[in-house]
Every structure is written in structure tokens, then in C-alpha cells.
Design a protein around this ligand. Sequence first.
Ligand SMILES: [Zn+2]
Ligand SMILES: [Zn+2]
Ligand SMILES: [Zn+2]
Length: 136
Amino acid sequence: MEHTEQCEEDRVRIEKVREEYVKQWPNYCRRCNGWGGFGSTYDPSPAGVSLGSGSMEDFDPCPDCGEKNLCSRCGWGVDFSNAIETCPHCGAKFMGAIGIPRHECYCYEIEAQNMIDKAEDAFERMREADAKVSRC
Ligand SMILES: [Zn+2]
Ligand SMILES: [Zn+2]
Ligand SMILES: [Zn+2]
């Protein structure tokens, strides 16, 4: 299937961010991509833009880092029970955007939408054709 230009652009941008991230933090947590957990509410701002405060409610700590008291970005041991907010090793702010941004691809939805549109158009044309025939 085809991806939109915007989608391709986002993908390339995020791929660059990811490459830099991996270079800088080779020990980042692969499971959560450095986020420290999994939030069900994500910031709707465009990909690559940092998350605003309060945008990651419903945040489940990642079993591979957050739950093991490890920094999700550098893998350093951090005592989260101490209400620590910044990694003493890499300076990651745990309430901020410290992970690799996700690439959200909606092209499948767009394509599905287009297919529905086309199908509806086809039905519409069929109905029009039928109407013409019955009038004759
Ligand atoms: Zn993790
Ligand atoms: Zn760290
Ligand atoms: Zn896409």
C-alpha cells in the first residue's frame, strides 16, 4: 500500500531521531523505547514534539526498567521509591519526553476510508443508473 507524503516525512524524521537516540543512549530500554512505561493517553501533538505535562496519565511502568528501578534512557539504577524525578546519570526528566517518539501511521485508515468512499460512489452511480432505467 501507499503511504502519504506526510507519513513518509514523519517516518524519516523519527528514524533520524531514533538513530541519534541510540547513539547517545545505547542502553535505552528496548521494551518501552525509553519512555519508562506505557501511557494510554498520549499527547496529540505532532510526532517529534515533546509531550506536554499531564499528557501521559494512565502510565504503566515498564516491567523492564521502571519496575526494576532502572532509568529507561541510560539503564542506570534509580530509586523510584524516593520520588526521584531526574536520572542522576543521564539527567533524563522522568516526567518529560525521554523516549523515542512513535511514528503514527494512519495510511491504512486513509486507504480504508478511500475504499469506502469509492464503494459508496459506485452504489450511488448504480442507483442513479437504475433510476434512469425505471423512468424510461
Ligand atoms: Zn522500559
Ligand atoms: Zn538515565
Ligand atoms: Zn503511513
